[in-house]
Write a protein that binds this ligand. Structure first.
Ligand code: SAM
Length: 280
């Protein structure tokens, strides 16, 4: 691990942290990244960012922000920890007009309103905040207001996002992430890359929105997957009992009602949501 800044003239991140008293707060899920090479690799995941708009949630002391700025991005960063704001302001001075910092809770900020075009989202967040934000972004109006998401998660959450039917990690998050987007693990990240190191390994997930299948409403798909995976060990004829039209829908599209949710592929859930939505 190196402590080299991603820019040129910037002080090392550890110095910034000491100067601004940014001791990692457990309550805010702070695990910082200092390795300039690793940060540059994460910033490269969305592709060429030269001149692109990027939303970064949770910049903290600004390690990933530096890498995004060095890649030529125009960065809008939302950070909840007020202690980080002066450090980020200093970073903004090194990249005039390229960094906009918003102090606030990303769960409450109207992020789409901040952009005229469609930004890339790049973020290393506490996993619970990241999952809540991701579900919001995935269930947004389509075509979404964002161009791609590059997000750090606990490895176990990353696996849930990219899982296929019959994988242990397969569930609602996989269906929501894949029914109209492609999702992949871009790189694993060892726990020792973070300061302080978390207990578990992490991975960067890359999600790119695609075409929405016709005739499928996200609220119907959400209702079906919530019911089906809420009782994932039960047969569909039991778990989907409370969803109007679902049992008739299974029959209509030829899905055996004795199957369990974990065996039902993303395309099959989409087909079911289409006939259930059409019936309602
Ligand atoms: N991006 C930095 C890095 O990679 O070193 C910091 C990552 S740290 C895991 C997560 C950051 O998200 C912290 O700076 C924390 O204060 C911030 N954060 C946590 N919850 C947040 C929220 N709801 N809205 C905005 N920022 C949040």
């Amino acid at each position: 691990m190196t402590d080299a800044p991603a820019g040129g003239k910037l002080p090392p991140l550890r110095e910034v942290i000491a100067r601004y008293g940014l001791n990692a707060s457990k309550a805010l899920g702070q695990n910082f990244l200092f390795d300039g090479q690793l940060l540059a690799r994460i910033a490269a995941v969305p592709g060429d960012l030269d001149g692109a708009e990027v939303l970064e949630v949770g910049p903290g002391p600004g390690g990933l922000t530096r890498a995004l700025l060095a890649a030529g991005a125009n960065v809008t960063a939302i950070e909840r920890d007020r202690r980080c704001i002066p450090a980020l302001a200093e970073l903004g001075e090194a990249y005039p007009g390229k960094l906009r910092v918003i102090e606030g809770d990303a769960l409450a900020v109207d992020a789409p309103a901040l952009f005229a075009g469609r930004p890339h989202i790049v973020s290393n967040l506490p996993y619970n905040v990241g999952t809540a934000l991701l579900v919001g972004w995935l269930t947004a109006e389509w075509q979404p207001w964002w161009q791609s998401c590059t997000l750090m998660f606990q490895k176990e959450v990353a696996e849930r996002i990219v899982a296929s039917a019959n994988d242990d990690a397969y569930g609602r998050l996989a269906v929501l992430s894949q029914w109209r987007s492609s999702a992949r693990i871009a790189m694993p990240v060892h726990r020792s890359a973070f300061t302080p190191p978390p207990k578990v390994m992490s991975a960067v997930v890359h999600i790119v929105p695609g075409e929405a299948p016709e005739g499928v409403e996200v609220r119907v798909l959400e209702r079906i997957t919530a019911a089906a995976f809420g009782q994932r060990r039960k047969m569909l004829r039991q778990s989907l009992k409370g969803v109007p039209g679902a049992l008739a829908g299974l029959e209509q599209i030829g899905i055996d009602p004795t199957r369990r949710a974990e065996t039902v592929g993303v395309d099959e859930f989409v087909a079911l949501a289409r006939v259930v939505g059409g019936a309602g």
